[in-house]
Design a protein around this ligand. Structure first.
Ligand SMILES: [Zn+2]
Length: 406
């Protein structure tokens, strides 16, 4: 049951039932396409006339289209319905401490073009560079005008209502109106979200249902930091001030390696990519400068994984230790939230068979029931560009979401 907030609610109007049914039709087409009107009517349990009227509305707004003719035992063959995705474009942006990736994609998350640049430390320079790149991408594809929005996945905390950046510890961006600056220069809707939340939204809205179709899961991004996107009962958990999900800064120990948030001993200071690389290179993370030196040094987790594969024992040991720390954190997540599954994104997934053993051992040690210990932990391969798909989902998801009343 959901309690009605009597201070902040949206009341139902005369058109609410129709809006709700329209979104149900749109989502059924999305999930079961290609689908006939008869099949839609059967799935919703309403009359053919009502379905036809709703389908006609969606067709008129070009949200769906009629494709090939389907099969019928007798009579006229039905025209099947599809959600329109191919010619609706999104610019997806994945910003990290090291690089920023910019991808032009369609509404299904399909990649059309991709480029990257080193992330400037100053938000002003970042905006300049990004605006230039986005114009270039849209011009290059001859696609200006068809783009329906920009989605940005950011490694930090965002105020959901305003899109203001509250804090990106790795880049030291605090209280920045990135959305406002980008919207005024690009004249397109801009959606900004914490990276792991964006990845979770992509699981809900872009991944074919059935693959990860649980309503309760945690998406963990392991990259320059660790981010978590929590989905409980089909909704992202944001918390009182939109800063929920900062498990990356959950304390593993009181001392321990320096974290870019300014504290010590955070989960990500043990298990992020810089933490793994620093462990391998034998360079302790003592302050912000040690992270910056690591970034300038240019030795990445990708090379570390390659060395582990070439049987470099130190590389293998560094990865396995990261696996242990990840498993410790996953165990705590499972104890706290009892998710149906944990999905992991990031470069480390390329070394999954090297880290999954230590992860499973640590999870088994931490969890308290056999069912909790058996929580599936699945990698999402880096080649699937999970963070960029997440940024795409920021633009796509609101257009398929249920209207909120009460
Ligand atoms: Zn921290």
């Amino acid at each position: 049951v959901r309690k009605i907030n009597t201070r902040n609610f949206t009341r139902a109007t005369r058109t609410t039932p129709r809006q709700v049914n329209r979104m149900i039709v749109l989502n059924l087409v999305r999930e079961h396409q290609p689908i006939s009107r008869a099949e839609l009517a059967r799935r919703i349990g309403i009359g053919r006339g009502m379905v036809t009227a709703l389908v006609n509305e969606l067709l008129a707004e070009a949200l769906i289209y009629e494709g090939e003719v389907g099969h019928a035992a007798r009579g006229r063959k039905p025209k099947l319905l599809y959600v329109r995705t191919r010619d609706r474009l999104v610019v997806a942006v994945d910003t990290r401490f090291t690089q920023t990736y910019v991808m032009l994609s369609d509404f299904s998350g399909r990649k059309l073009a991709l480029e990257m640049f080193q992330t400037p430390y100053s938000p002003e320079r970042f905006v300049d560079e990004l605006v230039q790149r986005i114009h270039g991408l849209l011009d290059g594809q001859g696609a200006e005008g068809e783009c329906e929005g920009i989605g940005l996945a950011i490694p930090g905390m965002i105020e959901h209502r305003t899109g203001r950046i509250l804090n990106v510890p790795t880049l030291r961006w605090r209280d920045v109106d990135l959305r406002g600056r980008l919207q005024s220069r690009l004249h397109l809707p801009v959606h900004i979200e914490r990276d792991a939340v964006a990845c979770a939204l992509a699981q809900m809205w872009l991944t074919p249902p059935g693959a990860h179709g649980a309503d309760n899961f945690v998406y963990v991004t392991v990259s320059d930091g660790i981010g978590t996107g929590l989905v409980v009962n089909g909704e992202v958990v944001r918390g009182h001030g939109d800063t929920a999900g900062e498990f990356g800064h959950m304390g593993i120990s009181q001392g321990g390696p320096f974290c870019l948030c300014g504290s010590q001993g955070c989960w990500e200071a043990y298990a992020s990519n810089p933490a793994t690389v620093a462990r391998y290179l034998g360079r302790p993370l003592e302050d912000r400068e040690s992270y910056e030196r690591l970034r300038e040094g240019g030795f990445t987790i990708v090379e570390l994984i390659a060395r582990a594969r070439a049987a470099d024992p130190a590389a293998l040991a560094a990865l396995r230790e990261t696996g242990r720390y990840l498993g410790e954190g996953f165990g705590s997540l499972i104890n706290a939230l009892n998710p149906g599954r944990i999905i992991v994104g990031g470069e480390l997934t390329a070394a999954w068979e090297l880290v999954s053993g230590p992860i499973a051992e640590a999870v088994a040690r931490r969890t308290l029931t056999a069912a909790a210990a058996a929580t599936p932990i699945t990698p999402e391969p880096a080649e699937a560009y999970p963070r960029l798909r997440g940024a795409t989902a920021l633009v796509v998801a609101p257009l398929f979401a249920m209207p909120r009343v009460a």
